[in-house]
Design a protein around this ligand. Structure first.
Ligand code: AMP
Length: 233
């Protein structure tokens, strides 16, 4: 009897680090504005080769988080490449790697054409794998993007590409669109220019059943300053 109890305790102790490592409490669903992400700046000149750029918000990722610490690279579970051009295209439609040109049916299997998805899975997806296995992780993220159309949300306040809204109007418009919850905005500021809108994050509880305020400790909204921002067309 004692032997079994001892072995059980040993097993729990051994498994503990694994559970701690991948215990996430919420998810940040991050969408990006391609014209914003692809804005040239000294740190990233000629960043994007995708042509034409999508004119809708596309997915950056779904990031499992913990209210107290950043979760990254939680397990060594490998990325599974998509094997058909149709699957590749379906995912690419909402989750494109903007830094790469579009491949053809002959070239899409090259590793570089899935490296963005591999990166997002390895760095973030693995941290919610206990709840969302890889195929589920990708399909649920795409479902979220079908559900949360940022261009439509912004249009309710007449905020459209090619304008210079105030950061507070963007923030409060998204806040209201997601039933009064705090979003996470991210901007980049090229030298001597106004901040450019790049990303908008919406936070969910672990089961993705409710939207929550994005935790204040990890908000990037201050990167957008306090006045007007550029929402480039
Ligand atoms: P993360 O590690 O998830 O924070 O993502 C940051 C990395 O992803 C950076 O190297 C970004 O340049 C890259 N990244 C973000 N959005 C895209 C995109 N749409 N296409 C390709 N790379 C991207």
């Amino acid at each position: 009897m004692m032997g079994i109890v001892f072995k059980l305790i040993l097993l729990i102790l051994l498994l503990c680090p694994l559970t701690i490592n991948s215990s996430f409490q919420y998810l940040t669903f991050v969408q990006q504005w391609p014209r914003g992400y692809c804005t040239d700046n000294p740190a990233n000149p000629n960043r994007c080769q995708r042509n034409p750029l999508p004119t809708v918000f596309t997915i950056h990722g779904l990031w499992p988080g913990n209210f107290t610490k950043i979760l990254q690279n939680c397990t060594s579970s490998p990325y599974t490449s998509l094997r058909t051009f149709q699957d590749w295209n379906n995912r690419n439609l909402r989750w494109p790697d903007l830094t790469k040109p579009s491949p053809t049916a002959q070239t899409f299997r090259q590793e570089k054409f899935q490296s963005f998805w591999r990166h997002e899975w390895t760095k973030h997806g693995t941290c919610s794998e206990n709840m969302y296995p890889q195929a589920t992780y990708f399909s649920r993220t795409i479902q979220l993007s079908q559900r949360h159309n940022i261009l439509n949300y912004l249009a309710t306040s007449n905020i459209r590409p090619g304008s210079n809204p105030t950061v507070s109007s963007v923030n409060s418009t998204i806040y209201k669109a997601i039933s009064n919850h705090v979003p996470d905005l991210m901007c980049v500021t090229p030298p001597r220019q106004t901040p450019v809108l790049v990303e908008i994050g919406i936070c969910f509880n672990a089961t993705m059943t409710t939207i929550i305020d994005c935790p204040s400790g990890f908000l990037r909204t201050r990167s957008c300053g306090t006045n007007t921002i550029s929402f480039p067309a």
